[in-house]
Design a protein. Structure first.
Ligand SMILES: Cc1ncc(COP(=O)(O)O)c(C=O)c1O
Length: 383
């Protein structure tokens, strides 16, 4: 009910504290199944200082817009492009929708179709419904990467583009993007890489010596990439990233916004008013951590994943769904639903709705949390 009279600030905050006391927090170490993490202290400071900046009206916040473009530039460089075109957006969902929208608008197909792996994120379902683009699902191979032959066999004159995934949501699998890129070039189709999760992992893991396929703009068929700073980039929610190889993709999704206080601009994002502070935090975190800082974050996460996978393998009745490629370890057990329910009852933030339990080694996840989790898992299994 809308309150008749206002309350004191402290009373409001007290009530909020009570109402949110049931939330799990990242600092507790109990959240193991999320791709988000605690806000880095620097990002917190940036957010509180620049909360009023609106990138939907960049004429008013010219400096912030320039910083957003610098952040887009840094992300493009990380992904192998000298100069890319894009925006800091609300997350991987918006980024994927923008890529599909650009492909559709440039293709002019009568009945547009997009070919994507069965492992693709559900954001493409939203894109499909909103944009009137039919999804054509490509099968997965035994290793859960997309079957490139199946992708090729599904190309028709209505195909507007192909999607490959660099870090699937469930298992962290990186598709054979080089082969998808070749097909895209052969058929003159654009390839979109959903690296919402892997974008802030793969470049660093490769520099640490982990063998992972090429996945970015170094492959000529790749036309756009989703990369989310609010996942392994350690920037507070919401902060996603969409990068296009060429300006024409941005132009294909831009609409005029004529009556803003700062003057007429063209907007290429779904949201109009949008948080400048988060884009500034993306910039600030990349400046602060640099390649070497993120590499250390990824080193810890990858080492923890390999250790955890080894521990999982030693528990009778528990099996890995596949060897981890990135910092995601997914496993199955007998009586999965019961095991999930009991682990949840003990306060663990995990889920098994995909048919397995997924543990994402985000920066807030420490070995002691995982040891505690493993003890609980073993205990639950012996009941
Ligand atoms: C591969 C992939 N793409 C897209 C998304 C959607 O990102 P968001 O939840 O930030 O919209 C996710 C989220 O987990 C993801 O894993």
């Amino acid at each position: 009910m809308f309150p008749d009279e206002g309350m004191e600030e402290e009373a409001v905050l007290d009530e909020l504290r009570k109402k949110t006391s049931r939330d799990l927090t990242f600092n507790s170490g109990k959240i193991l199944g999320s791709m988000c993490t605690y806000p880095h202290p620097l990002a917190r400071r940036v957010l509180s200082e620049y909360l009023d900046r609106n990138l939907g009206d960049p004429g008013l916040h010219v400096g912030s817009q320039a910083v957003e473009m610098e952040a887009v530039g840094m992300l493009s460089n990380l992904l192998g492009l000298d100069k890319g075109y894009g925006n800091i957006v609300s997350g991987g969902t918006e980024a994927n929708i923008l890529a599909v929208r650009a492909f559709r608008n440039l293709a002019n197909a009568e009945k547009p179709e997009l070919i994507l792996p069965e492992s693709a994120h559900f954001s493409f379902l939203k894109a499909s419904e909103m944009l009137g683009v039919k999804l054509v699902w490509a099968k997965l191979k035994e290793d859960y990467s997309v079957d490139v032959g199946d992708v090729e066999s599904k190309i028709t004159e209505n195909t507007i583009g192909i999607v490959g995934i660099a870090g699937t949501t469930g298992l962290g699998v990186v598709d054979d993007i080089p082969a998808l890129s070749d097909i895209a070039l052969d058929y003159g189709l654009p390839l979109h890489v959903d690296a919402a999760f892997g974008g802030f992992v793969i470049p660093f893991a490769r520099s640490l010596g982990y063998e992972l396929p090429d996945f970015d703009f170094r492959l000529r068929g790749v036309r756009s990439i989703t990369i989310d700073p609010h996942k392994m980039g350690m920037v507070p929610i919401p902060a996603g990233g969409i990068i296009f190889r060429e300006k024409k993709f941005i132009e294909a999704i831009s609409v005029p916004a004529p009556y803003l206080a700062g003057g007429k601009v063209w907007q290429a994002t779904i949201t109009g008013t949008r948080p400048g502070a988060n884009a500034l935090a993306v910039w600030a975190m990349m400046k602060h951590l640099g390649f070497s800082g993120y590499r250390e974050v990824v080193r810890r996460a990858m080492e923890l994943s390999r250790w955890f996978a080894g521990e999982i393998r030693r528990i009778p009745g528990v099996y890995l769904i596949r060897e981890p490629m990135l910092n995601i370890v997914s496993f199955g057990t007998r009586n999965l639903e019961k095991v999930e329910e009991e682990l949840k009852r003990r306060g663990w933030g995990i889920s098994a709705h995909r048919g397995y339990i997924r543990v994402v080694m985000m920066p807030h996840v420490r070995r002691e949390h995982l040891e505690e989790f493993l003890n609980d898992l073993k205990d639950v299994l012996t009941r």
